[in-house]
Design a protein around this ligand. Sequence first.
Ligand SMILES: [Zn+2]
Length: 508
Amino acid sequence: MAMVVCSGTVEGVDGVPIQVEVDLLRRLPNVVIVGLPGGAVRESADRVRSAIQQAGLEFPKKRVVINLAPADVRKSGTAFDLPIAVGILAESGQVAREKLEGTVLFGELSLEGQLRRVRGALSLTLMARDRGAKRVVLPAENGPEAAVVDGVEVRCAQDLEQVVAWLDGRASLPLAQAAAPAVDREPTLDLAEVRGQPRARRALEIAAAGGHNLLMVGAPGCGKTMLAARMPGILPRLGFDEAIDITRVWSVAGLLHDGQGLVTHRPFRAPHHTISAAGMVGSASLRPGEVSLAHHGVLFLDEVPEFSRHVLELLRGPLEDRVITVTRAAGTVRLPASAALVAAANPCPCGFLGHPSKPCTCPPSAVERYRGRLSGPLLDRIDLQVWVQPVDPEELSRGPRGEPSASVRARVEQARQVQLARAREQGLAVTCNAELAGDAIRAAAQPTPQALAVLEDTMARLAMSARGWARTLKVARTIADLDGAEVVDATHVLEASSYRLTDVEEAP
Ligand SMILES: [Zn+2]
């Protein structure tokens, strides 16, 4: 009878249960691992052999057959070292088996037998809990992230020897401790530091309040990046479930720093425009891409016309569906990708078209080509578009500080609550106005006859498409929500229709 030890692997950001079966055969001594092991898993044999010997125990002089089941799930990473080692020791009668019942184990072993952190420990612990496991045994370094999971006992070990002593009842294993309330490493960026820019600040607030995507166009140095980086700080405060979602992604990507438990702030990701498709949306080797790392936070695309068209087009799916599907040989994997998109662009290649004091040096054909790249299929889906004017140096040094993020966030949270309540009332599965589609937009907006008249007039004046009409009404709904208004009226529509780029010549 083969010994079976429960463990798991990560697919996308989800833990998948894996049974590690160990059989010892009276044949020529060697180790065989079967069941679709990835490269790191195949190398496990050497680490396990060395770790067992370092713990003063014996590696069996038999044929060791390790079967990872189910066979059709691709196993990657180094987390099977511990369950393989324990399975070999139990099958060869060197440790007691009783405590293995209901226990999920995972962890990488060093050649000296130390347990090392693995990627995806939070996902694996959630999986163990959901599958009814009694306890999880994992590397001490993974303790803080796994400790946040309720309903399962999480025990930490430093090395293989400690796990063996615990299995034999000679020692106890400490329970994982949640990390102390995290002190964010990044300094908190506050909107108070942004002077001037009333229009861009307002657009940022509307975008945060309604979950809308935002495009800012303006000369280099006018503060687009500064504004975008403050977006996470005005989005609603992070809930516990959202923090778990983000931490799962970051854990799988190997981005948690030592001793980190939950990620406690909304991510801000600003990939460079040279990023590859795999870097943006994730790869076959299952590293989450930037759009997943920005989950529940902000994805900032600076100099958006410089990104490859292919990469921008790949973003259309996740922006609409909030998940990204990566196809691999072993099937497809879904990664979470619900991020607020903030894009920024210069008005022309040199950057100074429409600038109050600096002349633009671009030939008209170059401007046209550049602006052509701004009107791609992705940018058509951006609800809010705003010109950002350079702030006068006088105002930068002497002007009053801006309104702090905390009070902007309070309005955003209020507006989001109104949207949630309305969606519940109307039986819609949306969390914010940006997700409204089709007839739901009009039902949610309840525009007054005057508002509809203004909307029709604007449509005719700006030759707006049906999509433009819907977009304007959605943004107007958010403006009305910030206003505390039940219905959308003409002033809301007028403001909403101003957040679109008309010809450069019309720039203020
Ligand atoms: Zn120019």
